[in-house]
Design a protein around this ligand. Structure first.
Ligand code: SF4
Length: 254
């Protein structure tokens, strides 16, 4: 990779995103410590049971947390998972209308439920704690409505498996700081995991603290760089100062 140099007051330095993997891994460890000092330590815990996490994450795509939760609760009024699978797709779409794109999410949710039922004879996902992590990831991402982010959230949050969910906030902060070159969220899952220890509590805390930082400080448009604890080693701040531009397109689905 070509090293791009920044002409800074203290002399030239290469952009983080062009540095070797070992140096970017050290940068990640520094970020982890800075974010822990700012937002605190986090103990890993499952915020929801696995099926709730799985279906809610599908509903959360391009949707606020409040609307995702409202859609999930109304979905449950249709009955259990079998009843939701059998319900007319229009009824499912109506139930989840607070979530964006209900017409495309409703058939995906039904197809996901159908596939789980066919393969497992029910909706118990606890086997994902026992099989090799790559196998667990493949099983989840082979489901019709489940992408890398959703699968990673379920595996890390519910089963403490060593994977790293990359949502829009995790992606934006890391791209701006330069731990990874500019790439899509899907590719960022693999690129970031290579820089991180295979340690679920560490991965969980880093994910949650990055999420918080992306929501409060390194926001999509007009990031609050003067208040940022990552500023001194951030590529975007080194290039643009306190006028870092909006980040690409609006947050996408994961
Ligand atoms: S310095 Fe600015 S662009 Fe860089 S991580 Fe902090 S808020 Fe984001």
């Amino acid at each position: 990779m070509t090293e791009r140099l920044l002409d800074l007051p203290g002399g030239e330095r290469p952009l983080n995103s062009t540095r070797p993997e070992a140096e970017r891994a050290e940068l990640v460890r520094w970020m982890f410590d800075r974010l822990r000092a700012e937002y605190g330590e986090k103990a890993i815990y499952a915020r929801r049971e696995p099926m709730h996490e799985l279906i809610s994450t599908i509903l959360s795509q391009r949707t606020t947390h409040a609307d995702e939760e409202a859609a999930y609760q109304e979905l449950l009024t249709l009955g259990d998972w079998d009843a939701i699978t059998r319900a007319p797709t229009e009824a499912v779409a109506h139930a989840i209308r607070r979530s964006n794109y209900p017409e495309s999410k409703a058939p995906r949710i039904q197809a996901t439920l159908r596939a789980i039922r066919e393969q497992r004879g029910g909706y118990d996902l606890d086997f994902l704690a026992e099989i090799p992590v790559q196998e667990a990831m493949k099983w989840l991402t082979d489901l019709p409505g489940v992408g890398l982010k959703t699968a990673s959230l379920v595996l890390l949050f519910n089963f403490a498996r060593p994977v790293f969910p990359v949502d829009t906030h995790v992606h934006r902060v890391n791209t701006r700081v330069g731990t990874i070159p500019r790439m899509g969220e899907q590719a960022a899952h693999r690129a970031l995991l290579k820089l991180l220890p295979p340690d679920p509590p560490y991965l969980y805390e880093f994910h949650v603290n990055l999420l918080r930082h992306g929501q409060r400080v390194c926001i999509w448009t007009r990031p609050k760089c003067p208040a940022c604890v990552l500023r001194e080693r951030c590529d975007a701040h080194a290039i643009y100062g306190n006028n870092v531009p909006s980040f690409g397109d609006k947050p996408g689905k994961g």
